[in-house]
Ligand binder design. Structure first.
Ligand code: NAD
Length: 321
């Protein structure tokens, strides 16, 4: 049954810190999808935020009334959700982890301003390296793990589902498969749980008839893992899919949908890992993180997940967190 939280016209306020390609595309998808009642764009480049807000406002007659404005940190104070997309982005051939020092420095400036005087917002981290910055935000804000969530491998999981769907010729919404661990070079595909319409591999393969080899399967994961490198080489940045992915996370939170997504959260002993943020399938609802799902992994998958966690712990150590 529909209730106020599920209503398409919920007047929720979202602040987006960083109005670059990802932040502005997110503001746009939030109004197209009618998820937000109000969007505030905050950027060190005030003109950029102002220009993006004006451009998006002119789309309103084709969507629904929403307020999109450029603002300052004070204007983000009573937000339901604050999304941070500010910071340096990867250049051609650069890894996400190489951004760590630059973006931790920026977060040291931003996060205290966002929580100054207290905030009830849930904070969603999108800037890279997203797992490191989610942990840094938790520590700087002193908020509970329920309220500081990273987009993590939400995008990688979408890429995995898309690649599998293209290979199998099936609607990607019928493909269920996770990428867990780091949003980056050590991310882990969970082949043991991947399925199409409930039918696992290799059972699905025997009825699909396309005759995929082990090499084809590895090719699927290579395309997922290297997608950002490929897209950045081709067009300089990635922003459409992450914007819609973050919009889905925001919708799940605001409308208390209990949606399962592979978000980056603080681990507290799951899979024997603690004191690092990385992605596992979690349920998202009005309080942010509702539950971390317990997923059975093969020994190889557990090992790869621990390796991913160790890489992220090293990155955190390198910036003294
Ligand atoms: P961009 O360069 O287009 O935009 C970054 C914006 O941050 C700029 O407008 C800049 O002025 C602003 N900024 C910098 N320092 C700031 C500060 N102290 N306060 C406020 N604003 C500040 O970059 P982009 O393509 O939008 O990417 C943004 C981030 O998102 C990057 O770190 C990128 O790697 C990351 N990203 C993450 C994912 C994901 O899946 N998590 C996907 C794509 C991009």
């Amino acid at each position: 049954m529909a209730n106020a939280a599920n209503s398409r016209s919920s007047p929720s306020k979202i602040s987006v810190i960083g109005a670059g390609t990802v932040g502005s595309t997110l503001a746009y998808t939030l109004i197209v999808e009618r998820v937000a009642g109000e969007v505030v764009l905050v950027d060190i480049d005030r003109d950029r935020a102002l220009g993006e807000a004006r451009d998006i406002n002119h789309a309103m007659p084709f969507s629904a009334p929403t307020t999109v404005s450029a603002g300052d940190y004070e204007d983000s104070r009573d937000s339901d959700i604050i999304v941070i997309t500010a910071g340096a982005a990867q250049k051609k051939g650069e890894s996400r982890l190489s951004l760590v020092e630059r973006n931790v420095k920026i977060y040291r400036d931003i996060v205290p301003r966002l929580v100054k005087g207290g905030s009830n917002a849930i904070i969603l981290i999108v800037s890279n390296p997203v797992d490191v910055l989610t942990y840094v935000t938790l520590k700087l804000s002193e908020l509970p793990r329920q309220r500081v969530i990273g987009s993590g491998t939400v995008l990688d999981t979408a890429r995995f589902r898309y690649e599998l769907s293209a290979r199998a010729g099936v609607d990607p919404r019928n493909v269920h498969a996770y990428i867990v661990g780091e949003h980056g070079d050590t991310e882990v595909p969970i082949w043991s749980l991947a399925n199409i319409a409930g039918i696992g591999f290799p059972a699905f393969c025997s009825q699909c008839g396309r005759g995929c080899s082990k090499r084809d399967r590895e090719g699927v994961f290579d395309r997922v893992k290297n997608a950002a490198y490929d897209i950045i080489r081709l067009k300089g940045a990635t922003y459409f899919a992450i914007a819609l992915g973050a919009t889905r996370m925001i919708e799940a939170i605001l409308r208390d949908q209990q949606t399962v997504m592979t978000a980056s959260i603080l681990l507290q002993g799951e899979h024997g890992i603690r004191d690092v943020c990385l992605s596992l399938p979690v349920q998202l609802g009005r309080e942010g993180l509702k539950r971390v799902l317990e997923i059975p992994l093969t020994e190889d998958e557990e090992e790869a997940l621990r390796k991913s966690a160790a890489t992220l712990r090293n990155a955190l150590d390198s910036v003294n967190f």
